[in-house]
Design a protein around this ligand. Structure first.
Ligand code: ADP
Length: 445
């Protein structure tokens, strides 16, 4: 179901990309990010804080001990291997745990510790003696809800009195059921039904409402309205928290409707830059020649790990085959793969089990494989109108040059059309892309 190939689809005649694919893309991308994540994302940026009441002091913490968490929760935090709060947690946690509770809108890229933060807030606000739902968390999809549920279970491992239930389609309860679990996590449609039609939950008793992945949420028809309807059933005193990885105007407008009087925390993404990257291009006449050039490059320089981007699934599959025949250990990431399969491929590559990752663009968006120092554009990135896709170019290549590392990018040019694309990319970034002669590769090292 998770179709996710923007570039490949059109040229290979698989039909136009639909809006539904876009929605799947976002949820799938987000899930992929969660599945492959094992650490906090590295960031050197500072958080921006906008307080609801600018005259009140702004607390931030450098340790979990300062938060005066319940001992069972602190134990959970340690068991997860957390030593100190992440950048965003430093300010978000004191706000979320304050008395009286404060509302919060927080935006930061995935992997910066948002989920862990709101899970800790929910667990802290629960009264385990009370056998009814007190915290409500809505997620865009069942799979994403499940991932958050896992974090609640891990963090609450030493707090077994607190129980969790999933409000998702397929979880059918008997009419008249009154839930005893203190935390409910689910998708908007089912949560709304459980509050309104089926009355499994008394919304007036909810103390904390979390809306996660707001940007993914609004990409799905109906989710926005359902979320707002849930929010309206909650008491005025309920703490409202909203999280998002990105913050376009549409997300912002939605956020303001969900969270009254918010504090706002934003953490900028790490800039991607071409400054520390050597960019080259190679002229070839066919894909076979491009493959030969690639072999020459491999013969001439030591490449620990490389990512190779192709325009279509078909080319990616072909190239992966050719490279394996040459004796390379190749991983292939392709659009028709399930998210779980993709996660497994990325994980193996990250562990160094394969040295080359061949992929089409969409599959690899957003994944960080820090040790990759060489990126090869077997095909240059173009958008659906055939114009250079500068953003994707920067994103593919910029990742190799972050945190002061030096990277190498090699672009394969195989027509006047692609030469024109290359020139326009070069102009756009105002950074020279040097010509490389693959029969004489001394200059590259
Ligand atoms: P987000 O919700 O922003 O995507 P997560 O809360 O899922 O981020 O955190 C990303 C990863 O970092 C997870 O593997 C999580 O276990 C880990 N993590 C979160 N907070 C901390 C922390 N304070 N110290 C170490 N690791 C953390």
């Amino acid at each position: 179901k998770l179709k996710a190939e923007a570039n490949g689809a059109k040229t290979e005649g698989n039909g136009e990309k639909t809006e539904d694919d876009d929605k799947d893309d976002k949820a799938a991308q987000s899930l992929l990010n969660k599945l492959i994540r094992s650490n906090l994302v590295n960031t050197t940026n500072q958080v921006e804080v906008l307080q609801r009441d600018p005259s009140s002091p702004l607390y931030s913490v450098k340790s979990f001990e300062e938060l005066r968490l319940k001992p069972q929760l602190l134990q959970g935090v340690y068991a997860m291997g957390f030593n100190r709060p992440s950048k965003i947690q430093e300010t978000a946690l004191p706000m979320m745990l304050a008395e009286p509770p404060q509302n919060l809108i927080a935006q930061s890229q995935s992997g910066t510790g948002k989920t862990a933060a709101f899970v800790l807030a929910m667990l802290s606000h629960v009264d385990p003696e009370n056998r009814w739902p007190q915290c409500l968390c809505v997620s865009p999809t069942y799979e994403l809800a499940l991932q958050t549920g896992k974090v609640i279970e891990q963090m609450g491992k030493f707090y077994p009195e607190v129980q969790l239930v999933y409000a998702i389609r397929g979880n059918k309860l008997e009419r008249g059921t009154k839930l005893q679990e203190q935390i409910v996590i689910g998708t908007p449609g089912t949560v709304l039904d459980w509050c309104q039609k089926l009355k499994f939950i008394d919304p007036k008793k909810i103390k904390v409402f979390v809306l996660d992945e707001a940007d993914v949420m609004i990409a799905t028809q109906g989710h926005q309205d359902q979320s707002i309807r849930i929010q309206r059933m909650l008491p005025k005193t309920c703490q409202m928290l909203l999280f998002s990885a990105t913050f376009e105007d549409t997300v912002w407008n939605f956020a303001k409707r969900i969270v009254p009087d918010p504090n706002i925390i934003k953490l900028k993404r790490e800039e991607e830059t071409l400054d520390t990257i050597k960019q080259y291009y190679v002229i070839c006449n066919s894909k076979e020649e491009k493959f030969q050039a690639l072999c020459n490059i491999y013969g001439a320089i030591t490449i620990a790990q490389a990512m190779i981007f192709c325009h279509t699934r078909k080319t990616a599959g072909w190239l992966a085959g050719e490279l394996s025949r040459e004796g390379h250990q190749v991983a292939l990431l392709s659009g028709e793969m399930q998210v779980e399969q993709r996660a497994a491929v990325i994980e193996r590559f990250r562990d160094g089990k394969e040295k080359v990752l061949v992929t089409t663009n969409v599959c690899a968006r957003g994944i960080d494989v820090e040790q990759v120092s060489v990126v090869i554009n077997f095909d240059l990135p173009v958008d659906k109108d055939g114009n250079p896709d500068n953003e994707t170019y920067l994103h593919r290549i910029g990742r190799t040059g972050r945190f002061g590392k030096r990277g190498l990018a090699i672009n394969m040019v195989d027509s006047r059309f692609s030469m024109n694309i290359l020139n326009r990319i070069q102009e756009h970034f105002n950074k020279k892309i040097e010509k490389l002669d693959t029969d004489d590769l001394d200059e590259i090292e």
